[in-house]
Design a protein around this ligand. Structure first.
Ligand SMILES: Cc1cc2nc3c(=O)[nH]c(=O)nc-3n(C[C@H](O)[C@H](O)[C@H](O)COP(=O)(O)O)c2cc1C
Length: 455
């Protein structure tokens, strides 16, 4: 039987996110991302639809691999202009009660001490509804503008990341007792100094001797999201991630990867079921299959194939303009997202992908699959992904926003609820409880953050 399905909405503080060119569609509002109302309206829509969280992607660089420069990214609006992903969260939290917020921040360009304070503050302001999507970046253009000549090599980024996590876990979990803040007006004691301690961390990459700057928030450690897909990335995700974002063209090609991820989590002493896996999916839906098909044909007219190859250049590190558009792509190791190369080379031995195929696939919803159909068709397909690939839910990209999300809420959510696959609202008050049930606001005992826990 199909288990309960979690829905996350996938967005970014830019236009067109994973659907290059679709900002030209008359119904698309993604170019209003600078308007706070876009975000507060979206948050309320998703909450009505029982979504677990809004997942906000981020890059701090330009997609300048395709044709060797940033012109196509700038002209086509490919994830630029791009705003900071954290700043709308408090406003969205103020107009919602349940919705979680999965926010991407690249630790490669952060200091753990200041970062821990920022996310702890967000966890306070949201009442424990924030997740950190841990990324290490993939764009050389980000590295160049943030003080590095080139990116830190792929696997080395994850070594830095492991230590970064240790530091922030200690700051969030070990530095302050739950009852450290006394607010004792009679004695004039705000915080009991005996209940706050320095973490005294001295490692290979970071030295953080002092105390954390924030008192414990509802979750203490924000819920941890991640999307590692390479062997080193999977090891990192299996150790730290509570939600893992995955991308595949079919559930059949995804299934062995999810099995590896869960097995690796078990080898690290974690309950494999506590790693919640969300597959990237774009849903084009309407009242009937036929109407959804018409909608899809209409959307496709706005796809920018140049924009798609620009996106893919950033993700993969490969400039496909140098290849014959009809020559199948061959695997190459890069310092960008390795799985972005694998997906179109080695992941499915029965299928070859040319640059033209890749551009067309990415055109709507990026590297994930697209499902087109009425409520029954979409719900059937979601259930099939859950059963075949052993995923816990979906990370829904949009073709147009908020239209793709409001269509899911109008047509698909009632059908999922009718089948008992989606509750009216997520369980518990905090995001971690949405994933693990009421009473689990704090890191589970088998999670590496819990080693440092002071309760
Ligand atoms: C659905 C999804 C969303 C992602 N979002 C971001 C993002 O917003 N920013 C980022 O730098 N990387 C993002 N990534 C890339 C991952 O952080 C990671 O680099 C990628 O999954 C490949 O894993 P690997 O680094 O182990 O090869 C995302 C990946 C997936 C699958």
């Amino acid at each position: 039987m199909t288990r309960r399905i979690h829905l996350n909405a996938f967005d970014m503080t830019c236009a067109g996110h994973q659907s290059p060119g679709l900002w030209r569609h008359p119904d698309d509002r993604s170019h209003t991302f600078h308007d706070l109302r876009y975000w507060t309206d979206l948050a309320q829509l998703l909450e009505r639809g029982g979504f677990t969280s809004l997942f906000v992607a981020d890059v701090v660089g330009l997609y300048d691999v395709y044709r060797g420069g940033p012109e196509s990214a700038i002209r086509d609006g490919i994830q630029v202009p791009v705003g900071d992903p954290t700043l709308a969260v408090s406003a969205m939290a103020a107009v919602t009660e349940k919705l979680g917020f999965g926010i991407t921040v690249s630790l490669t360009y952060e200091k753990p001490y200041a970062f821990a304070r920022r996310f702890s503050t967000l966890d306070h302001f949201t009442g424990g509804r924030v997740a950190w999507n841990v990324v290490t970046s993939y764009l050389e253009s980000a590295a160049r503008n943030l003080g590095l000549e080139v990116q830190v090599p792929h696997d080395r980024r994850y070594d830095v990341a492991d230590e970064f996590m240790e530091v922030v876990y200690q700051l969030w979990e070990a530095s302050w007792d739950d009852d450290a803040v006394l607010l004792d007006r009679d004695k004039g004691v705000y915080t009991d100094p005996a209940k706050v301690r320095p973490i005294d961390h001295h490692g290979e990459f970071f030295d953080v001797p002092g105390i954390g700057l924030t008192e414990p928030s509802a979750q203490r450690t924000p819920t941890i999201f991640q999307a590692g897909a390479s062997p080193r990335g999977v090891a990192f995700a299996a150790r730290h991630a509570e939600g893992v974002f995955v991308t595949a063209a079919t559930p059949e090609t995804l299934a062995p990867r999810v099995a590896t991820l869960r097995r690796t989590a078990a080898e690290q002493g974690r309950d494999p079921a506590s790693v919640k896996v969300f597959a990237l999916l774009t849903v084009v839906t309407a009242a009937t299959d036929a109407e959804a098909g018409d909608k899809y044909e209409d959307l496709r007219r706005y796809v920018s194939l140049e924009g798609a190859l620009t996106l893919y250049g950033g993700w993969s590190g490969l400039d496909l303009s140098t290849l014959d558009p009809d020559e199948p792509l061959r695997f190459a190791e890069t310092d960008a997202i390795r799985s972005a190369v694998e997906q179109f080379t080695t992941a499915d031995p029965t299928r070859e992908w040319t640059p033209r195929d890749i551009a067309e696939h990415i055109g709507i919803g990026g590297m994930g699959a697209v499902v087109v159909g009425g409520p029954q068709t979409v719900a059937d397909e979601m259930a099939r992904w859950v059963d075949v690939a052993d995923v816990d839910g979906f990370n829904l990209a949009y073709a147009i926003t908020p239209g793709s999300f409001s269509d899911v809420v109008e047509f698909v959510v009632p059908e999922l609820r009718r089948r008992g696959l989606l509750p009216d609202e997520p369980e518990g008050a905090t995001l971690r409880e949405h994933l693990y049930g009421s009473g689990h606001a704090r890191a589970l005992p088998d999670h590496p953050a819990a080693v440092h826990a002071r309760r």
